[in-house]
Ligand binder design. Structure first.
Ligand code: NDP
Ligand code: 8X3
Length: 255
């Protein structure tokens, strides 16, 4: 069992991949800063982590699209919590699968503001401290949608292509510092993602994963944790991972 005693901030900790990441780091001995909008879920998770692993957590219930709230929450962290060792930029969503010319500008804004602008803003708020302290790691949740485009996915894919470019650019900008940057880019992971994408339509969401064994949130968290626990001279740049039954966004072997 690998131990990890740093401070880890995870956005989108209230569900799916983010929640699984907090459990992986908590089991290894980390302290957690939990960010998402659903406060009750964050508090329940903090209680779970405390009872399972005696983990100390701080809960930051906020909408990451609210730049001022995000900056204030990071700026107001007590000194003991402000030395963030790992930033997991995970909060994100897809909204709809409409053709672009029939799509909803509100959906586009939600995706761009969450997946791209909030990730940028939080990275801007946290990385200078990492440079100052001479240690730190930013792990971005990209997607196979950052490597491919599929019908109805233009805007979501554009946001994940942006995450890929930002990860690459940040890595270049941080060259010469010990701060590491990784993108973990999964294919189909069964979480609340498709329920959110289809506005709560559970039957439509279930169809996305029908007839194949999708990745679990824990599969992805394993990789995030693995990347963050390599020796300091090792930087995993991009890890693309898919279910064995998936070879590309649209090439899926279903029973
Ligand atoms: P979930 O829907 O299960 O979880 C998304 C998380 O993001 C929730 O905790 C949600 O919390 C949080 N979130 C969304 N919007 C906001 C916001 N405005 N402010 C704060 N938190 C927010 O999805 P996943 O776990 O699957 O997704 C996590 C990441 O992984 C995303 O970036 C997604 O694009 C990426 N990804 C997912 C894949 C999949 O197939 N599932 C594949 C590849 C990448 P709350 O609602 O409480 O605010
Ligand atoms: C989420 C996976 O295939 O819906 O990033 O784009 S997919």
């Amino acid at each position: 069992m690998i131990s990890f005693h740093g401070t880890v901030l995870v956005t989108g900790a209230s569900a799916g991949i983010g929640a699984a990441c907090t459990r992986a780091f908590s089991a290894a001995g980390a302290r957690l800063i939990l960010v998402a909008r659903r406060e009750e879920r964050l508090r329940a998770l903090a209680d779970e982590l405390r009872s399972q692993h005696d983990t100390e957590s701080r809960v930051l219930p906020l909408d990451v699209r609210d730049g001022a709230a995000l900056d204030a929450a990071i700026g107001d962290l007590p000194e003991a919590w402000s030395s963030i060792d790992v930033l997991v930029n995970n909060a994100g969503l897809g909204r709809g699968l409409d053709p672009l010319h029939e799509g909803s500008p509100d959906d586009w804004e939600a995706m761009i503001d969450t997946n791209v602008k909030a990730l940028l803003r939080l990275t801007r708020a946290v990385v200078p401290g990492m440079i100052e302290r001479g240690r730190g790691h930013v792990v971005n949740l990209g997607s196979t949608a950052g490597h491919e485009v599929y019908p109805g996915g233009a805007v979501y894919c554009a946001t994940k292509h942006a995450v890929r470019a930002i990860t690459r650019g940040l890595r270049m900008d941080l060259l010469g510092t010990p701060v590491r940057v990784t993108s973990v880019d999964p294919g189909l992971v069964e979480t609340e993602f498709s329920q959110v994408r289809f506005g709560g339509d559970e039957a439509r969401a279930a169809k996305v994963y029908e007839g194949l064994q999708p990745l679990t949130a824990e599969d992805v968290a394993d990789v995030v944790f693995f990347a963050a626990t390599r020796p300091p001279h090792v930087n995993l740049d991009t890890v693309v991972m898919m279910p064995t039954a998936q070879a590309s966004s649209l090439l899926v072997d279903r029973e």
